[in-house]
Design a protein around this ligand. Structure first.
Ligand code: WQD
Length: 344
């Protein structure tokens, strides 16, 4: 769509100080992109700016702001003359979304509409959106392709699905109105884990982690006594839940590949970012013990409400159309997670 693929070189990262944002910023900077970070610190720390500088040698321009502040957002987009946005700012706890649905719809859906208005005003029409495999609901078949029926089964998942639908409608409207067309990629993350090899950035949730990998890290380091495995009677090879874990660095590279794709394609497109391989909780524990040299005591308890037995991707569309493939192994994921955990 756009002749010269050097466009999309100045990227605005909403939520860029978070786990996915900081790794994406590093990948982009190392590939020669210039990056601006916009973040409200709701789930991140300002010191991440220093960590990104330590890794890349660049001090990223940073703006403290909320995506729901449309006026400030438009001013920021114009001031930095960006040509694309990677939208990572959002709330992501399935459990919390059941008890606080308004907070999730306000941040995730209203926040994205606010960002789209600001982008429109600033004439920025390229967006990579942080979506999730949660929108597929209970898998009807595996592996999951992008054409698998969507059926979000929690407010968090519904907020992501609704946002994808808004983005698809926008892309169609843009083409019909013969305006500057929108170029949109919704990236459906499977289970991002691990950390940058430097050990300087990684997943460090406030409070008790709800996701498996950070919880395992705190058991391995003795901060927590044992892991509770939620269910040992699923219809999987060892009875525990199976997921498609993807190294955060592979995920970050997927965002860079999506920008390259959007430099040449308009319209709205969805891509699964996964490895295509599923591992059970017990397999993750074994890999983590091998990688860390630490033991991870566990107890099998009852299932967690809302969990599915197994979920893993068919990543062939992203492999082909984005020219991207997950390369790092479960061993790499556990070793890098342990390296980051040991630095805490
Ligand atoms: C993985 C496996 C659990 C914790 C969630 C969101 C998803 C995405 C990634 C945002 C499951 C088991 C976990 C524990 C356990 N987030 N487990 N004990 O639920 O696959 O996906 O995070 O986009 O949207 O739904 O990830 O890490 O919570 O669980 O046994 O203490 O580990 O049952 O089988 P999940 P998870």
């Amino acid at each position: 769509y756009k002749e010269n693929d050097s466009v999309n070189r100045k990227v605005f990262l909403t939520g860029g100080l978070g786990y996915i944002g900081s790794h994406t910023a590093v990948s982009l900077i190392e590939a020669g992109y210039s990056v601006v970070i916009y973040d409200n610190f709701s789930n991140s720390k300002k010191e991440v700016i220093d960590r990104i500088e330590l890794i890349t040698g660049f001090r990223v321009p940073f703006i403290e702001g909320d995506v729901r502040d449309t006026v400030y957002l438009e001013k920021s987009l114009k001031k930095h003359e960006v040509d694309s946005v990677i939208h990572l700012a959002g709330l992501k706890s399935v459990g919390e979304s059941f008890s606080k649905p308004i907070k999730y719809y306000d941040n995730n859906v209203v926040g994205t509409v606010s960002l789209l208005k600001a982008m429109n005003g600033a004439q920025v029409r390229t967006m990579v959106f942080s979506s999730s495999a949660t929108i597929y609901g209970v898998p009807k078949y595996l592996p999951l392709g992008e054409d698998h029926p969507t059926c979000a089964i929690n407010p968090y998942g519904r907020s992501k699905l609704q946002t994808e639908e808004i983005l698809f409608d926008l892309a169609v409207a843009g083409i019909q109105a013969e305006q500057l067309p929108w170029c949109i990629a919704s990236l459906r993350y499977f289970n991002p884990v691990g950390a940058h090899s430097s050990g300087l950035i990684g997943e460090n949730p406030n409070g008790i982690p709800t996701n498996l990998m950070p919880y395992v890290g705190r058991v391995a380091s003795g901060v927590l006594p044992k892991l509770n495995i939620f269910g040992g009677d699923y219809d999987t090879q060892d009875g525990t839940g199976v997921r498609d874990y993807i190294h955060i660095v592979d995920l970050a590279e997927g965002h860079k590949a999506a920008l390259g794709f959007l430099a040449k394609h308009s319209g709205a497109h969805a891509f699964n970012l996964g490895t295509g391989v599923g591992y059970s909780v017990l397999e993750v524990i074994e890999a983590y013990e091998r990688a860390s040299g630490q033991s991870v005591p566990y107890e099998i308890v009852s299932r967690r409400t809302g969990d599915v037995a197994a979920c893993y991707a068919n990543p062939s569309k992203a492999n082909k159309e984005l020219g991207w493939r997950a390369l790092l192994t479960l061993e790499d994921m556990c070793a890098s997670a342990w390296n980051f955990q040991s630095n805490q």
